[in-house]
Each structure stands twice: as structure tokens, then as C-alpha cells.
Design a protein around this ligand. Structure first.
Ligand code: HEM
Length: 430
């Protein structure tokens, strides 16, 4: 998605804007549209040409209300605009598409398995993977950091889930097809979304079958042994949750990397601050998350008639909470269109809010922190080396291509070459 810095509230007619159109996010200016909505129509109803309609909320506090209050806003009918008005078959089976108490029963054990404490032992492996990822910077030629980052999440989530490395490229491709079926670079025709879902579900069903008798202490094995109340998860529930974990990681993390590096390219002084004080990396990661807001929106349906910022919503209506907009709300963030690596406080909602707050947030934070620690250790300065291309998706604020060159720090090229030359270890689950 194009990340712009509108200087004033644009004078635009919201009725002329289609917030569901994936192309708006590839070539349009969603930040300008959201700004206009936040200031003039914070709770806005759009009707699509086929008659389906949805509410959009763009202010931080409304977004939080929608995501927090499952008694008024349910996740069980679907949480993405791409499934508007079609009840989600995963409702009540997949954690992300469940309400408490089912949601809580699934979430509690999984969030322990994915806590920062449980993940600590993975940090050295993630650092090795990061070295391999950024090694091409040593070549001194243009390197597409957006394309390279697309493979990054599989390196840690694929490892954690115990998925064979030979499958990672196809899984990366399938998860992108599932969130950007209209992007020409990833589309495989009209049925792209359905085909990607089908292949992913089949993949996990097969994986469960082939690993059924093996001792498996991966995340998939964890799901297999997990109990919800008195019972084990059923096969379809395990498959849906595997899908959700993979998608959650794959389609978001790369865009936090690319969005942050693009901000560094556009504002070299901010990157220079980081190189002078690497202690700022953790805060820079948070600002990069706010700035890029890789998950654009999540959707809910009203369970009954309700009210948001003085507007009445009927029962059973779809409400889309625009996270990227909430993260630019001047009511919460000073100078919201300024990228500030040391921003504090920074209560962004890039990971959502309330009961569905991203269960992978500790993993994403660890991976991004390690990545930017290593970038700062090796790179003195970035320069853009070609045009930026943005993903056509109303769900993921994505960058497809960002060619850069880097001026390396003394000794960095040798260290990166050594990382590349090192025998790639098989990253297996311990
Ligand atoms: C920068 C990276 C990431 C971003 C921006 C992000 C964003 C989000 C957001 C906004 C939600 C809330 C959904 C809702 O309210 O309906 C969410 C939930 C979720 N995320 Fe992430 N995510 C990231 C990384 C990950 C990773 C690495 C994983 C897998 C380990 C993951 C798996 C999930 C799952 C399974 C949920 C559903 C949680 C629930 O329903 O309780 N995410 N994510």
C-alpha cells in the first residue's frame, strides 16, 4: 500500500471512494481517504454495486471498541472484507473466527506456546536466518528487500510448525494468493482465492496424516495434543488453525520489514539515529509496525443493534475496523504522519486490540527486532535503487518490490559473505 503523508484534510466525497477495491491500495491514496473519513465521516456506510454493504470505522477509539467487545461485535461470521456477507465456514472452529468461550479455550494454551519466554530458545536460529536473508547486501548491487522478505516468515514459522523446507516457497506463494487474489503478479485467474484456500487446507490435512505416528513437538504437534475443555481439537479445527497461523505470519511480517526500510530510505536522518544509538531498535520496530500497519483491516458483524460515535448500526451488519487509519489518528498520536524511530508512547494497533490481539506478536517482535539489530550492525546507509511497487489488497498493506543498495559498515561485507558461505544448517525442531 502506498504510504503517504497528507498535509491537510482532503476535500473528497466518500461516496465516490470504494474502500473494498484492492487497486485503491496499490495505486491510490488510502491515507488521504482515511484522514477525510476520520475527520468528517468516522462511521461510514458503503454499499457495493451488488448491494452488499459494510460500515467503516477509522478512528482509533472506535476501532478499539469494535475489536474489543465481542458481546456486540462477533468474529464468528468472518473477519475479512473478502468474505463479506458469506458466513465463514471456519466460524467457531478456527481461533481467529471464534468468540469466547471457544476462542479463550483455544487461545490460552496457544498463547503460552508462543510467549516471548517460550520463544527465547529460538533466537539464535532466527539470527542465523537473518544473516542468510541479508547476505546479498554484500554484493553491492540492487537487492529487492521486499521480495526477499517475503520468504522470511517461513524460515521461522515453517521451522516452528515443523513444515519441510522444500514446501516453503509454495506455501509463501499460496498465502500471498489468498490475500491478494486480484494482484496480477499473484493471481492464477478468477478462482485464485478459492484455489489457494483449497490447496492450503489440503496441504495441512496431508501433513497431519503423514506425521500422525511421529513424535512431533512442533506447533502442529502442539495443536494435535491440545485440548479444548474436555476434548482434543478435531482434524478440521487443527487444519483451520494451522492455516491461520501460517497466514497470520506470512502475509504481514514481510511488509513490516519493507515498510520500515522504505521509511529509512525516505528519511535517512531517522536511520542515522538508529545507527548512532542501536538501543532505539525496539522502539523503531514499534514505529515501523505503526507506520506500515501491515494488516489494513479486520471485520466483525454486529450481534444486535448498537451505536458507535453516535451512529446507530443495525443487527447483523458488517463493520470494518481500519487499523492503518487508527494508527494515524491525531487524537492518539502526535504528528501521526511523521515517522519517528524513538516515538514514545506508541500504543499502535498494528497487532489489533482485545481478545484477538495477535497471538503471534511476540514472535513477530522477536523476528523484527533481530532483523533490524543485524541491519543496523551491517548497513550504514540505504539507497533506493528502483521503483517501489505496492500490493493490490484491501487486507494487507503490502510492498511487493523495493530495490535498494546499501553502503555497508567496515567489515560487514566479510561477515555477510561468511554467513552466506557457511553450510546452511538444517533448521529442525529441537
Ligand atoms: C508484523 C506481523 C504481524 C501483524 C501486523 C499481525 C497482525 C494481527 C492482527 C491485527 C490480528 C488481530 C485479528 C483480529 O482482531 O481479528 C492478528 C491476529 C492473529 N495473528 Fe497476527 N500479525 C503478525 C504476525 C503474526 C505471526 C508471526 C503469527 C503466527 C505465529 C500470527 C498469527 C495470528 C493469529 C493466529 C491471530 C488470531 C488471534 C486470535 O484470534 O486470538 N500473526 N494478527
Amino acid at each position: 500500500m502506498r504510504i503517504t503523508r497528507p498535509r491537510s484534510v482532503p476535500d473528497l466525497d466518500p461516496a465516490a471512494v470504494d474502500l473494498a477495491d484492492p487497486q485503491l491500495y496499490a495505486t491510490g491514496d488510502p491515507h488521504a481517504v482515511w484522514l477525510a473519513l476520520r475527520e468528517r465521516n468516522p462511521v461510514w456506510r458503503q454499499t457495493l454495486p451488488d448491494g452488499r454493504s459494510f460500515w467503516s470505522v477509522t478512528r482509533y477509539h472506535d476501532v478499539n471498541d469494535v475489536l474489543r467487545d465481542h458481546t456486540r461485535f462477533t468474529s464468528e461470521r468472518g473477519t475479512l472484507l473478502s468474505t463479506l456477507a458469506v458466513d465463514d465456514p471456519a466460524g467457531g472452529k478456527m481461533m481467529a473466527a471464534s468468540d469466547p468461550p471457544t476462542h479463550t479455550a483455544m487461545r490460552e494454551p496457544l498463547s503460552k506456546a508462543l510467549s516471548a519466554r517460550s520463544l527465547r530458545r529460538w533466537e539464535p536460529r532466527i539470527r542465523r536466518m537473518v544473516h542468510r536473508l541479508i547476505a546479498p547486501l554484500a554484493d553491492g548491487v540492487a537487492w529487492d528487500i521486499a521480495e526477499a522478505s517475503a520468504a522470511f516468515p517461513m524460515a521461522f514459522t515453517g521451522t516452528l510448525m515443523g513444515l519441510p523446507e522444500r514446501d516453503w516457497p509454495r506455501l509463501t506463494q499460496l498465502t500471498t494468493m489468498a490475500i491478494a487474489p486480484d494482484d496480477a503478479e499473484f493471481s492464477e485467474g478468477r478462482g485464485t482465492l478459492v484455489a489457494a484456500h483449497h490447496e492450503l487446507f489440503e496441504y495441512f490435512a496431508d501433513h497431519l496424516h503423514t506425521t500422525r505416528d511421529s513424535a512431533d513437538d512442533s506447533l502442529v504437534g502442539f495443536l494435535r495434543g491440545m485440548t479444548v475443555g474436555e476434548r482434543r481439537l478435531r482434524q478440521d479445527e487443527i487444519v483451520y488453525n494451522c492455516y491461520s497461523l501460517l497466514l497470520g505470519a506470512n502475509v504481514t511480517t514481510p511488509h513490516a520489514v519493507a515498510g520500515t526500510v522504505l521509511a529509512f530510505v525516505e528519511e535517512p536522518a531517522q536511520y542515522a539515529r538508529l545507527t548512532l544509538d542501536p538501543g532505539v531498535v525496539a522502539r523503531a520496530v514499534e514505529e515501523g509496525l505503526r507506520w506500515s500497519s501491515p494488516a489494513n483491516h479486520f471485520m466483525r458483524y454486529t450481534k444486535r443493534e448498537t451505536e458507535l460515535s453516535g451512529v446507530r448500526l443495525g443487527a447483523g451488519e458488517a463493520v470494518v475496523a481500519w487499523l492503518g487509519s487508527a494508527n494515524r489518528d491525531r487524537r492518539v498520536f502526535a504528528d501521526p504522519f511523521t515517522f519517528d524511530v524513538a516515538r514514545s508512547p506508541n500504543r499502535h494497533v498494528a497487532f489489533g486490540f482485545g481478545p484477538h490481539y495477535c497471538v503471534g506478536a511476540p514472535l513477530a517482535r522477536i523476528a523484527l527486532r533481530i532483523l533490524f539489530e543485524e541491519v543496523v550492525r551491517h548497513v550504514a546507509e540505504f539507497e533506493q535503487a528502483g521503483p517501489v511497487e505496492h500490493l493490490a489488497s484491501n487486507f494487507v498493506a503490502g510492498i511487493k518490490h523495493l530495490p535498494v543498495t546499501a553502503r555497508l559498515r567496515p567489515g560487514a561485507a566479510e561477515r555477510l559473505d561468511a554467513a552466506r558461505a557457511a553450510e546452511p544448517r538444517r533448521e529442525v525442531v529441537p
